[in-house]
Design a protein around this ligand. Structure first.
Ligand code: 5RP
Length: 222
């Protein structure tokens, strides 16, 4: 029987959730398994409150009976569990493949701890093979795309079929093909300097550790 490596990593991370915690729920096919497990534990009596990083995760949590709270009702979170599209040995991440990078960054940075859950294909030596998602405002997006291209990438506006993809925040996502990213902090700084950029998918100095599920059924912690 083949191992569900995403489930393996996600369920391990859920072991860090304790009674009374305020938890950030990530987005994507790995975070899905963490939310599912949390739902099971809540049904067994675990007492937590949670906030979600996307409409999809919020809907899943609500269906499972995980108590959700508004951001006005809490200050900081204890723990966020979320996936990643790529992570390197310095725990620098590329996120946003699911389009939720802005909410994911707000939630992760408002948490005492962030645990990344991923399968082994996400652990890379150098970031950049996965195109970097950048959330941009629709206004003057042509200028923003041109500013992004000046940083040395080929930006492609994400689409869903014939339509331009819109994030939960009503913005576009530019998937930026940089190739190898040798200095993530430098690139992050340059991206922040473009006015039409709302947020980018580089998470630097945010994750505390990563739980990697492997196809032989083992787990690696980075
Ligand atoms: C969504 C994300 C996801 O965490 C990332 O895309 C990984 O997703 P998956 O676990 O489905 O591979 O950043 O915006």
């Amino acid at each position: 029987m083949s191992v569900n490596v995403k489930q393996l990593a996600a369920e391990k991370a859920v072991e860090y959730v304790k009674d009374g915690m305020k938890v950030g729920l990530g987005t994507g096919s790995t975070a899905y398994w963490a939310i599912r497990k949390l739902g099971e534990r809540v049904a067994e009596g675990l007492k937590i409150t949670a906030v979600a990083t996307s409409q999809a995760s919020e809907d899943q949590a609500r269906e499972l009976g995980i108590p959700l709270v508004g951001f006005g009702d809490i200050d900081r979170l204890d723990l966020t569990i979320d996936g990643a599209d790529e992570l390197d040995g310095k725990l620098q991440l590329v996120k946003g493949g699911g389009g939720a990078l802005l909410r994911e960054k707000i939630v992760a940075m408002g948490s005492e701890r962030m645990i990344v859950v991923a399968d082994e294909s996400k652990a890379v030596e150098t970031l950049g093979k996965f195109p970097l998602p950048v959330e941009i405002v629709p206004f003057a997006c042509e200028w923003t795309l041109s500013d992004l291209a000046k940083l040395g990438c080929e930006p492609v506006l994400r689409r869903t079929g014939d339509e331009l993809y819109k994030s939960d925040n009503g913005n576009y996502i530019a998937d930026c093909h940089f190739g190898a990213i040798h200095s993530a902090p430098e690139l992050a700084k340059a991206l922040q300097g473009i006015p039409g950029v709302v947020e980018h998918g580089l998470f630097i100095g945010i994750a505390d550790f990563a739980i990697i599920g492997k196809s032989d059924g083992s787990i690696e912690v980075i």
